[in-house]
Design a protein around this ligand. Structure first.
Ligand code: KG4
Ligand code: ZN
Length: 356
């Protein structure tokens, strides 16, 4: 039989993405429009602005993905679209477009959960069997889960406030790293990783969050306050004016990166021990998959490697292209559901989703 094809559509936050993927994980065509620059100017994602930009770009992005794939809509086996979680205004554009598309072309519709799509993308690249542990660390997510099947996830922990990438971005902004000659084009997380290499974390000591909380949740807001208060004090000491760089930005970057890494590693360690104690991980080659924009941080990866080495887990970090929001991960999740024959709706079915 010919390899089936799924069109995947992603609009849950600030990326309009579409891709056509086949059952072997081959990406036939893809297109991505990022709104990052616009939101960076505004200092955050404004839902109404995100919605307008999704609306302006969705037709072109989907058309590009299909054109590049060289297939016609009639050859698609299904359309898969992120329906939750995310910004409801953004999700609405993808859903509205998809429902019209599946009606027009009379195709099955596969609703996709954004986090599940992130968690399963690794299986497009490597033969990872269930169950496996997943750590998602990005600008929008911080969570630990046990993936037991394509539609069966045990949530072990999540951020109770901000996502790890979010705090790195906020600390970078607080340090005015956009004004740093070496970092002007980098994301906050990249800038902190870059400067941390030249700094000494012992010159900027911080307390790792939730030391007395015995679960697998994350919390980064307190750490951000801790860093911010310390920066205020240093700025007064050095008498720097607004927008100027402190002399010790490298040490602050190193201390912040180390504490974020240490917090993530400790919660992951706890999750691994929890799963082991309950026999939730396979005997043969138990795996931790790490995904999300923050997973491209080498220091954080190395810290996690210490944890997985000590507990006998295999550490897998897919290339960053597959860790970020795009249509490919959604299309692949559609393929997984199509192969399992689960979660597939007919184009005539009523589809309503609460973006929770
Ligand atoms: O997955 P992603 O591209 O999208 C969102 O979740 O929005 O993640 C972006 C986040 C940003 O917060 C960025 O600062 C962070 O990932 N990031 C990094 C690095 N590269 C990107 N954080 C730490 N180290 C990096 N090298
Ligand atoms: Zn995401």
């Amino acid at each position: 039989a010919r390899s089936r094809l799924v069109l995947g559509i992603e609009t849950s936050c600030d990326d309009t993405g579409a891709a056509v993927v086949n059952e072997t994980g081959l990406i036939l065509g893809e297109s991505l429009h990022s709104q990052k620059e616009v939101h960076l100017q505004a200092g955050g994602v404004i839902p109404a602005v995100a919605q307008r930009l999704h609306r302006e770009n969705i037709f072109r992005v989907v058309r590009e993905a299909i054109d590049r794939s060289g297939v016609s809509p009639s050859e698609l086996s299904a359309v898969a679209t992120t329906v939750k979680p995310g910004l409801s205004l953004s999700l609405g554009i993808g859903l509205e477009f998809s429902l019209a598309f599946v009606k027009q072309h009379q195709k099955p519709f596969i609703p996709i959960h954004h986090m599940e799509a992130h968690a399963l993308t690794v299986r497009m690249l490597e033969p990872v069997e269930f169950p496996f542990l997943v750590l998602l660390i990005s600008g929008g997510h911080g969570l630990l889960a046990l993936a037991r099947d394509i539609d069966d996830f045990l949530l072990l922990g999540q951020s109770t406030d901000e996502a790890p990438g979010d705090i790195l971005d906020k600390v970078a902004r607080r340090l005015h790293l956009k004004n740093h000659p070496e970092c002007s084009t980098m994301s906050g997380g990249q800038a902190i990783e870059h400067l941390a290499k030249q700094g000494n974390r012992r010159n900027f000591l911080l307390t790792t969050p939730m030391g007395q909380v015995f679960d697998c949740n994350f919390s980064f807001a307190g750490l951000r306050t801790q860093v911010s208060v310390a920066i205020d004090r240093k700025e007064i000491d050095e008498g720097v004016k607004s927008g100027e760089l402190l002399s010790c930005v490298n040490d602050i970057a190193a201390g912040t990166q180390h504490t974020v890494a240490s917090h993530i590693a400790k919660r992951t360690h706890r999750a691994i021990l929890f799963c082991k104690a309950r026999g939730l991980l396979p005997q043969h080659s138990p795996t931790l998959v790490v995904s999300g924009g923050v997973a491209s941080n080498t220091y954080i990866r190395e810290t996690l490697k210490i944890v997985t080495d000590a507990t006998g887990l295999h550490l897998l970090c897919p290339p960053s292209k597959f860790c970020t929001d795009n249509g490919v991960m959604v299309a692949w999740n559609g393929i997984e559901k199509l192969r399992a024959g689960r979660g597939i709706l007919s184009y005539t079915e009523e589809v309503r989703y609460e973006p929770k």
